[in-house]
Design a binder for this molecule. Structure first.
Ligand SMILES: [Zn+2]
Length: 266
């Protein structure tokens, strides 16, 4: 029986060769040439998700291949490849970064019965892979969509508003707070749109649509340097690909122009 195929990571990059991005992991084991960790050596629950190995510069990668960032895996190989690579990468990144108990400093070891890490020092704390929820919202006013330039975006790029959920908040409360903090307006008609795992490094984007209620758009000047209402034929440079931000923008445009309504990410 051949071993399952999986991802080969070096740092945050994924090995790819031609149209291939998953490879048989036969013969690769931690301590082997350039292999730091291999998920196939972990207990069964850990092997139930997309397998991976983490390698170093000493790994003898086959010739003709290249190392791709996760975004490039997505643009080149599509949603399913991105989802599998993103899952594998998040577990790999978690295992290499969460190594010691935060309470007592003892080493953590993978649990046999679930994808959790347990303190080996006797305090018994269990840790799980982190997921940071963030909301993203497309706000409409009289046929126009609110798009903002965040200072971290490329020059001239605009997108819908987004922000991280804070302790004690419902998603609805997060949306209202972020919108008020970032542009100073109130909204209503909040509706769930869809969600997307966003492995940079461990976010879950939860998308909404909403309508302007009152207030004039005033960018906060710290995160956002500009925010304005745009009709579909006035859109500036917007996010490429099929991120949930782009799907929200496409969905708005399609509803205004009678075109194809884009489905949220599955
Ligand atoms: Zn401990």
């Amino acid at each position: 029986m051949s071993s399952p195929t999986g991802f080969v990571f070096k740092g945050d990059a994924v090995f790819s060769q031609g149209d291939e991005y998953e490879f048989a992991l036969d013969g690769l084991h931690s301590g082997g040439a350039g292999v730091l960790r291999c998920s196939l050596e972990l207990p069964a629950p850990w092997r139930a998700v997309a397998p991976w190995v983490e390698v170093s510069d000493a790994f003898p990668a086959p010739p003709g291949g290249e190392w791709l960032g996760l975004r490039s895996v997505w643009s080149r190989f599509g949603d399913e490849a991105f989802a599998r690579a993103g899952t594998a990468w998040q577990y790999m990144n978690w295992l290499r970064s969460e190594r010691f108990c935060r309470a007592c400093g003892s080493a953590l070891t993978p649990r046999a019965e679930e994808r959790g890490l347990v303190c080996s020092g006797g305090c018994g704390r269990v840790y799980y892979a982190p997921i940071h929820p963030a909301v993203i919202v497309a706000i409409e006013r009289e046929g126009k969509l609110l798009l903002a330039h965040n200072k971290q975006m490329p020059e001239g790029r605009y997108s819908v508003l987004a922000g991280f959920v804070e302790p004690g908040e419902s998603l609805e409360r997060t949306v209202r707070r972020e919108v008020m903090e970032e542009v100073g307006i109130e909204i209503n008609g909040l509706r769930y749109f869809g969600s997307q795992s966003w492995p940079f490094p461990c976010s879950l984007m939860i998308g909404f649509t909403a309508h302007w209620l009152r207030g004039e758009v005033t960018p906060d000047g710290t995160e956002l340097s500009d925010a304005r209402w745009f009709a579909p034929d006035e859109f500036p440079d917007i996010p490429p690909g099929m991120s949930i931000s782009r799907r929200l923008i496409n969905n708005f445009a399609a509803q205004r122009t009678g075109g194809t309504v884009h489905e949220p990410v599955a």
